[in-house]
Design a protein around this ligand. Structure first.
Ligand SMILES: C=C(O[C@@H]1C=C(C(=O)O)C=C[C@H]1O)C(=O)O
Length: 407
């Protein structure tokens, strides 16, 4: 399942002067990135890669592979912060039975956090000549697996299932195809997303590029944090409409109920792992350039030395991207969505040798390959959902990646 291109890993982390613009440092068109508010990690080259086979134990297998790789590494780290020393960036498929989950340890990682910056290199031929990123040119969109009309019909079928009592909530997604004039350089997308969506986590892992607002889990020592999102409205045309929409979202019984399902799934997943867990009683509003969400920041302390991947394994899929109850929702998704989500809505992020890391849910993203891409967006469907409104919501969510592609 794995290839360690350099073994043992000889890892050196040194403090460096502030690189400022992380996306601008990426030398080639196979970038690794995890950036929020200008901080985070960018990486390039490959020191090791694990292609993780599908199956229920995939997170455990990934963690075991990484533990053995890092345990055999020769590490000198003068920075000792979360993300210094060797790190792996990874992304997992939404569905445990789908192939395509991957972990990569880049040869070079540049990190920036809390006024400090560091450079981690593995092996000695780490520096490479930079090629300039190029705009992909004219972008054409096409229907993905389902037309908009057919997708609305599937939403209506899901609503019927919910009204029949089969389940409480299910998240249905759709995809769009993209054809560009030229190859799509992920660096262009990363730079645009990090600039326009600073509040989101801009990520790039092996062709999966996006900017997600949803933090599945941040792990730092024993502390964990998650930002649960569910319940969405569009931005208003002016400040007054914007505020009115936000207030209506906070008051909406349907959206509060949809949000409560997502929070409950996170609470249930985290409670057995934690000695303390704090869940806010009321959601707040997260306002992004394209949409507004109901958001709950959940914090806790782990009761033992679980790594961030152990926590990811316990949490995925939350009801923000699956539904309630989880098993029924996953069956309905397989049956009604008419596509394989691939890595969309799966965990994406990084982990270091201490087990610290940050993982998001891969939303507002594209799977990029040459001059083509697949965009994804989904919505939580409830008994009171209106298919046309859900389609409009999915379209608003797609705007993040459309901006990244078109500029
Ligand atoms: C499924 C997506 O987003 C999720 C669904 C939301 C909703 O239905 O309100 C809100 C945020 C995310 O948890 C997506 O962006 O594709």
């Amino acid at each position: 399942m794995s290839v360690a291109l350099i073994r043992p890993l000889v890892v050196r982390t040194i403090a460096v002067s502030d690189p400022r613009d992380l996306p601008a440092r990426l030398p080639d068109s196979a970038p690794y990135a995890w950036i929020r508010h200008g901080e985070g990690l960018v990486g390039w080259g490959e020191a090791a890669r694990a292609v993780i086979p599908p199956g229920p134990g995939r997170f455990d297998r990934a963690r075991e592979w990484l533990s053995s790789l890092f345990a055999g590494a020769d590490i000198e780290d003068e920075v000792l912060m979360p993300g210094s020393g060797p790190v792996a960036l990874g992304s997992f498929t939404f569905d445990a039975d789908s192939p395509g989950s991957v972990l990569v340890v880049p040869r070079v990682v540049l990190g920036r956090r809390n006024g400090r910056a560091w450079l981690t290199t593995i092996g000695d031929d780490a520096l490479r000549l930079a090629t300039p990123p190029r705009d992909p040119g004219r972008i054409r969109y096409g229907d993905g697996s389902l037309s908009a009309l057919e997708w609305e019909h599937r939403v209506a079928l899901a609503v019927e299932r919910i009204r029949d009592g089969a389940l409480g909530k299910v998240v249905l997604a759709r995809d769009l195809t993209v054809t560009a004039e030229r190859d799509i350089d992920p660096r262009v997308l990363v730079a645009r997303l990090a600039g326009r969506y600073p509040e989101c986590y801009t990520f790039s892992v092996d062709g999966l590029v996006g900017a997600t607002p949803e933090l599945l889990v941040r792990h730092s020592g024993q502390s964990i944090e998650s930002l649960v999102l569910a319940g969405t409205t569009a931005r208003g045309a002016d400040a007054a409409e914007d505020e009115a929409r936000g207030a209506a979202l906070r008051a909406s019984e349907k959206d509060r109920h949809e949000h409560a399902y997502a929070v409950a799934s996170v609470r249930e997943a985290l409670a057995p792992l934690c000695s303390s867990l704090t869940v806010p009683e009321e959601p707040e509003l997260l306002v992004l350039p394209n949409v507004q969400h109901l958001a709950s920041r959940v914090t806790g302390r782990l009761s033992d030395g679980a790594s961030v991947l152990d926590v990811v394994a316990a949490m995925h899929p939350t009801a923000a991207v699956g539904g309630t109850p989880t098993g029924t929702a996953l069956r309905v998704i397989r049956e009604l969505e008419g596509m394989d989500r691939g890595r969309y809505a799966g965990p994406v992020g990084w982990i270091d040798a201490r087990g610290d890391g940050e993982w998001g849910i891969a939303l507002r993203c594209a799977e990029v390959s040459g001059a083509t891409a697949r965009l994804f967006a989904g919505c939580g469907i409830m008994a009171k959902s209106d298919p046309a409104a859900e389609l409009a919501e999915a379209q608003a969510k797609l705007r993040a990646m459309q901006y990244a592609l078109e500029g």
